[in-house]
Design a binder for this molecule. Structure first.
Ligand code: F6R
Length: 234
């Protein structure tokens, strides 16, 4: 696991955007695993900016999102489907038929395998070490499934996106499992801001998989880069 520190979220996001763009140029049909939340917003803005100025061709790219809230209307403001359209898909020439999310009654893991697997997975990290919505207690061989969000995740999401109105925050989500994330050929995890410092410290200290800190599974992956900003001191 390689750790790379950047002066700012913007610099870090520009660095990762270049990796994504170069990979699309080298492999027009690349399979990207994507995260939502505040962390990748700047990265997606950089990718949108690149499309506007350089017209990198996304027409053959396929994307697989990590998660979606359970039971939400995909068109609603809180859905991750809508987030991805607003932040990225509406700003590049991706074919929306090539954008996939985990869904009930769909074997997402098998589908990803049949598609040849994820070439590059972008991850964020929760303050409790979740990746995707694999909360503490998620097993190494976990697959796509409905998960209960922990009280801390509900609180963080509630404060960020629901003006602290926790009763409005979905309590369940459907998430790609740890096993499928680990099958990605390359993983880049982004973490910005002081609030992620403890999680990134814990990750850098990890020696083995700790079921109570799901991101620790990444130490077993051969190609993981952790990209973080100067607010995080490890
Ligand atoms: C969402 C996801 C989550 C987030 C994590 C951090 O698709 O995969 O693991 O990355 O909850 O969220 P933010 O970026 O809002 O701090």
């Amino acid at each position: 696991m390689e750790f790379k520190k950047f002066k700012s979220e913007l610099e870090a996001s520009k660095y990762v955007a270049k990796i994504v763009i170069d990979k699309i140029k080298a492999n027009s049909g690349i399979k990207l695993g994507l995260a939502t939340g505040s962390t990748p917003v700047c990265l997606y803005a950089e990718l949108a900016h690149d499309y506007k100025t350089n017209h990198t061709n996304w027409s053959q790219v396929k994307t697989f999102n990590l998660d979606e809230y359970d039971g939400v209307d995909y068109a609603s403001d809180i859905s991750y489907h809508k987030f991805m359209k607003d932040e990225l898909f509406n700003h590049v020439n991706i074919d929306t038929n090539n954008t996939f999310f985990p869904e009930k009654e769909c074997n997402f893991d098998k589908f990803i395998k049949e598609e040849g697997g994820i070439d590059l997975q972008i991850l964020g990290i929760g303050v409790n070490g979740h990746i995707g919505f694999n909360e503490p207690g998620s097993t190494e061989n976990s697959q796509t499934r409905i998960v209960d969000l922990t009280p801390i995740t509900v609180e963080v999401n509630g404060n960020k996106y629901f003006d602290g109105e926790l009763d409005k925050v979905p309590k369940k989500a459907i998430s790609m499992g740890l096993e499928t994330i680990m099958q990605s050929k390359q993983i880049i995890l982004l973490a910005f801001g002081k609030c992620k410092e403890d999680a990134i410290k814990k990750l850098s200290d990890a020696k083995t998989f700790d079921i109570n800190f799901p991101a620790s599974i990444l130490i077993k992956h051969p190609n993981v880069t952790i990209i973080y900003d100067e607010e995080i001191n490890i």
